[in-house]
Ligand binder design. Structure first.
Ligand SMILES: *Cc1c(COP(=O)(O)O)cnc(C)c1O
Length: 421
């Protein structure tokens, strides 16, 4: 593992290991080669991420005109782009039509009508709901039509003369029930049969995202779906299987380094309320960091982001650990990043490292406020570099922006390798 700490204008910063993305892709090809990945751009649209994936030959799933333009600038052809926004603006549908992005998802009559009016060459994937997203706390925020409603949507498509080319569903990574895949795939088969009655020839099945990035999970999902695919969508049936992985590719590639900017010591007995005083007078530490929920930890506000800090400075194995809590810089009570963890005593200026920050912290929400994104530092190990060369992948942006980290080195302030350069 390589460590690198960059202090730029006192902001937190990311270390982006491009090799991880290449590795994820070869893992994908080893485990589920029969499924073509369309990377979901909204998860992390850092230019070098898109460029390396384009070089690796993945497709792209875009939710907006901006995202479509981003990947097209990299020379990705329109057939390798799906427009996946569930609520499409008319102007963006027109844009897709203009630039030749034809494949798009749709889950209702209302959306279908917009598509019919504004995109004569649209090839639509009917987005069906899964048990993962029917009901539940966030039920009203999820998308996809019910199986019952599919017939109606297909009827409308026939009337409006919109081409339906396949089915899409999405199962979130939070869903651990293999039954959900079983039902989703059999529902999808149902819709394929239904569509045939209407005279549509469907040839694409999109199994969505929800892959966490561990090889184990990918293998588990494959273990569940591959026998079902064999039955419902066998090879030779002419049906192309695609997917929309997001976090899978980027999560582990980004590591966030944050700085401790303030520290408070609290009496321990305040915390052990109700418990008889143990006589322990160990302090409890409250640390404030230079990044929080109004920045890189934005997803903490809406999901269970389980942030696990690592201490960057070296400390002795037998150094005492103290109950600590970690907060962002806003002094807002929502801005708590880690409620309770055990850490050696830290000082202002010390760094904490958070792994697997490539997906959660790059989601849209943080773009809504004035938050200035931390600088991104690119790196790749020599091994990964040679592997990539062997695979014949080269990339201009990458060459411009990244540097090798041969061993444990520390960059000091002022040595800038950021993309903004
Ligand atoms: C966000 C999103 C994805 C990617 O989800 P991951 O869990 O990160 O793989 C895929 N499809 C749709 C429609 C999405 O909104």
């Amino acid at each position: 593992m390589f460590w690198l700490i960059c202090e730029v204008k006192g902001s937190s910063s990311y270390l982006f290991d491009l090799g991880k993305i290449v590795k994820k892709h070869s893992q994908w090809q080893n485990v589920v080669a029969q499924i073509k990945p369309f990377y979901t751009v909204k998860c992390n649209s850092t230019p070098a991420v898109l460029e390396i994936l384009a070089a690796l030959g993945t497709g792209f799933a875009c939710s907006s005109k901006t995202e479509m333009a981003l990947v097209q600038e990299l020379g990705v052809s329109p057939e390798n782009i799906i427009y996946i926004s569930p609520c499409k603006q008319v102007s963006q549908i027109k844009y897709a039509a203009k630039v030749g992005v034809n494949m798009m998802t749709c889950d209702s009559e209302v959306e279908l009508k917009k598509i019919a009016r504004n995109h004569p060459n649209a090839k639509v994937l009917l987005h069906i709901a899964t048990e993962d997203n029917i009901g539940g706390e966030e039920g009203n925020m999820k998308f996809g039509t019910t199986l019952k409603n599919c017939r109606h949507v297909l009827e409308c498509a026939k009337e409006l003369d919109v081409q339906i080319i396949g089915v899409k569903f999405h199962i979130s990574s939070a869903c651990k029930e293999s039954q959900v895949y079983v039902h989703a795939l059999s529902d999808a088969r149902c819709v394929f049969d239904m569509a045939q009655e209407f005279g549509f020839t469907m040839n694409v099945l999109d199994i969505g995202g929800g892959f966490t990035g561990t090889e184990l999970q990918l293998e588990e999902v494959n273990h569940i779906i591959s026998p079902l695919l064999d039955v419902y969508f066998p090879e030779g049936s002419g049906i192309k299987i695609i997917s929309e992985p997001g976090s899978y590719y980027v999560s582990s590639a980004f590591t966030l380094a944050v700085n401790i900017i303030a520290k408070k010591v609290v009496e321990n007995d305040k915390f052990s309320s109700g418990v008889e005083k143990t006589g322990s007078d160990e302090p409890v530490f409250v640390y404030y960091m230079n990044d929080g929920v109004y920045g890189s930890f934005a997803s903490k506000l809406s999901e269970d982001l389980n942030a696990i800090p690592e201490v960057h400075k070296k400390y002795k194995e037998d150094e005492p650990l103290f109950t600590s809590s970690l907060w962002g810089p806003s002094c807002d009570e929502l801005d708590q990043i880690v409620e309770n963890c055990l850490l050696p005593e830290l000082n202002v200026g010390d760094w904490l490292i958070f792994d697997n920050m490539g997906a959660d912290s790059f989601h849209e929400p943080s773009a809504f406020n004035d938050f200035q994104r931390p600088a991104i530092y690119y790196m790749m190990s020599f091994n990964d570099w040679y592997e990539m060369q062997d695979a014949g992948i080269t990339s201009d942006t990458m060459m411009k922006n990244f540097f090798f980290v041969p061993s444990c080195i520390q960059l000091s302030q002022g040595e800038s390798f950021s993309t903004e350069a």
